[in-house]
Write a new protein. Structure first.
Length: 176
């Protein structure tokens, strides 16, 4: 007869689990039939001799396999595409922040200059020289296809607000 002992550190077990009745159960019947061989556990002997136990274990393993396959499908077909979309939107926000930071740095270098000589990329790394007569006002894309001509001070304020807005958007997405 197998009795479960209550450990002082663990939780108390219900009365039904603590004591077994003296009825002959399936396990007791098969333990009585088991030969007295050294080194062979009772469960292995029961598994070898009882086909119903083998069938139960087989069904259990099949159901576990189906659950694993359904979880893999959910991860690969649902969660990974969502993660990729999330990472792409986060990267877009970070690139936009860097773009506004570069704009601020460029405008701070232009501060005090009236004329500027530069090169403009026409495409395919084909550059031409360009001359800007008045650097005091700069056209800036505000969003949704709207552009505004801003002075340097207005541009710094706009960039600061836009970077703060993008930072809050990034924090919302990352949960920090």
């Amino acid at each position: 007869m197998v009795h479960l002992e209550e450990k002082k550190c663990g939780p108390k077990l219900p009365k039904k689990i603590q004591r077994r009745d003296t009825e002959n159960t399936f396990l007791d019947q098969n333990l009585a039939k088991m030969p007295n061989r050294v080194g062979v556990p009772a469960i292995l002997y029961l598994f070898e001799t009882d086909t119903s136990l083998q069938m139960i274990i087989f069904i259990f393993l099949e159901s576990m396999n189906q659950k694993v396959i359904s979880f893999e499908h959910h991860v690969n077909e649902v969660l990974k595409p969502k993660l990729n979309d999330y990472l792409a939107s986060r990267d877009k926000i970070i690139e936009e922040q860097a773009e506004y930071l570069r704009l601020e740095e460029t405008v701070s270098k232009l501060d005090g200059k009236k004329e500027l000589m530069t090169k403009v990329d026409l495409g395919c790394n084909f550059f031409v020289q360009a001359e800007i007569d008045d650097c005091s006002k700069i056209n800036v894309h505000l969003g949704s296809g709207l552009y505004a001509e801003l002075s340097h001070d207005e541009l710094f304020q706009f960039c600061k607000k836009k970077r703060n807005l993008l930072k809050k958007k990034e924090e919302f997405q990352t949960g920090t």
